[in-house]
Write a protein that binds this ligand. Structure first.
Ligand SMILES: [Zn+2]
Length: 451
């Protein structure tokens, strides 16, 4: 459409730094006042910290607020089931509850939302889908289970808000999803990066030409893999479409970052609706632009569960908005979400990140799926990459592939010796949501010391 803005919210997305920060400060004060008036958790926390919302005179005063951890949220839920003391409204004021997958061994987090919260959740996703060029004429296929995991629920509503025709691809087989994408002529597909690869594998088995399909955009979310350049390139090649990275979390109900059409090698932070701090996870000191640290989020939009200075354990590196040429004033997470602060593994003194391994493995298109297994043999740690090759790939070339993987992995890990093992067809787990490709068997040992 002529004269149409490339921004969902032209006014706030192009604010200068000073105006943007003034807006953040006003919203921060409001959110703190709301929390102080309504949430038993924050009432007690503020009191203990000697904090009052009136003390917020500049954005630096944000550091007067105590940090919130997932552990504290869990403990509060356990002490006062089912929702704990964090919520600022009761279940009577909420319209939906979503839960996390609860993989950390302490059961799921339960997040309440009001009708107003849901409008905000959709609004955040609208920044992303409009920002990557999706318009009312598009048809979106949402490859998502529509269950208690919040995932793409917000994206679904944002698509409706923009006026896009939605195809909700809930409880279905991968084959049925691939066929629907083609049958409905979907122009956009939303999924996790892992599942985008899985759909492409399935299409290949079915003899369906995805590159020749109507799909021109993929909205990726749910895993850091969406920002690994090698993985993204592979997805784009298999689909013949552009892939756009986003990231969110159940704790805020929606996304906090998205990739624009200029694709500057990172994701813009939706800074008119949140404050994202980067801190040193050990000292808790703020880190400057360009240094990697832990993401701490304060969101202004969720009323039922105000989230102030929440420690996410996400590893990020913030750079200024000027890094991108799209004209947005929103700062950028270089490389998107880089992983988890705590998912670094130490194997024989060398740091190993799942993200680093994936980046290398994705350089080899003959690899269909992989898994990293860390074991302890006596006192010695061993790391093994298990590789499943494409079904039609000639087995005679295994030695060449395994040598190349071995060499590339050693080079990137201070000479660390990775064992490369071939897995049989279909032997390795496939993932639809968050992939978990690293198995650290040392953790199961009674006296394992991971050092
Ligand atoms: Zn941009």
């Amino acid at each position: 459409m002529a004269g149409e803005s490339p921004y969902w919210n032209p006014k706030t997305e192009t604010l200068g730094r000073d105006q943007l920060q003034a807006l953040q400060l006003a919203k921060l004060r409001y959110q703190c006042e709301w929390a102080a008036a309504r949430s038993p958790w924050y009432q007690r926390q503020f009191k203990e910290a000697g904090f009052e919302p009136a003390q917020l005179r500049t954005l630096d005063d944000l550091r007067r607020l105590p940090l919130l951890t997932r552990d504290q949220w869990m403990s509060s839920q356990e002490a006062r089931p089912p929702y704990g003391e964090l919520p600022a409204i009761g279940p009577d004021g909420a319209i939906r509850v979503h839960t996390t997958s609860g993989t950390t061994g302490r059961g799921p987090l339960r997040a309440l939302d009001s009708r107003k919260d849901w409008a905000w959740i959709a609004e955040m996703w609208a920044y992303a889908i409009w920002g990557c060029g999706i318009r009312p004429a598009d048809t979106a296929y949402i490859a998502f289970g529509y269950g208690s995991f919040i995932g793409f629920w917000g994206l679904h509503y944002a698509m409706e808000k923009v006026g896009v025709l939605n195809v909700p691809g809930g409880a279905q087989t991968t084959e049925a999803r691939v066929r629907q994408i083609i049958d409905f002529g979907a122009t956009a597909v939303a999924s996790t990066p892992t599942y985008a690869l899985r759909l492409a594998q399935e299409a290949a088995l079915l003899g369906i030409d995805l590159q020749g399909s109507a799909v021109s955009r993929l909205i990726l979310s749910g895993e850091p893999a969406g920002s690994i350049p090698q993985t993204k390139t592979l997805i784009e090649d298999l689909w013949g479409a552009k892939a756009f990275d986003t990231a969110g979390m159940t704790e805020i109900g929606t996304i906090m970052v998205f990739e624009c059409t200029e694709q500057p090698g990172g994701t813009h932070i939706i800074e008119d609706h949140m404050i994202e701090e980067v801190i040193d996870p050990d000292t808790l000191d703020p880190l400057p632009y360009g240094e990697s640290g832990e993401r701490v989020v304060t969101s202004f939009g969720r009323g039922a569960i105000p989230l102030l200075r929440y420690r996410t354990s996400d590893l990020v590196c913030k750079v200024p908005a000027a890094r991108c040429t799209c004209g947005r004033g929103f700062d950028i997470y270089e490389g998107g979400i880089l992983g988890r602060v705590d998912d670094m593994k130490i194997v024989r003194g060398t740091n190993v990140y799942a993200r680093g391994i994936e980046a290398i493995v994705r350089e080899f298109p003959e690899v269909d799926e992989f898994q990293t297994v860390i074991t302890r043999e006596g006192t010695r740690d061993e790391i093994t990459l298990r590789v499943e090759c494409k079904p039609d790939w000639p087995a005679g070339q295994w030695d060449t592939l395994s040598d190349a993987l071995h060499r590339r992995l050693a080079l990137a890990h201070e000479g660390l010796n990775f064992r490369i093992e071939r897995a049989g067809e279909g032997e390795l787990p496939r993932f639809e949501l968050k992939a978990k490709r690293t198995v650290d068997q040392r953790e199961a040992l009674p006296h394992a010391v991971v050092k």
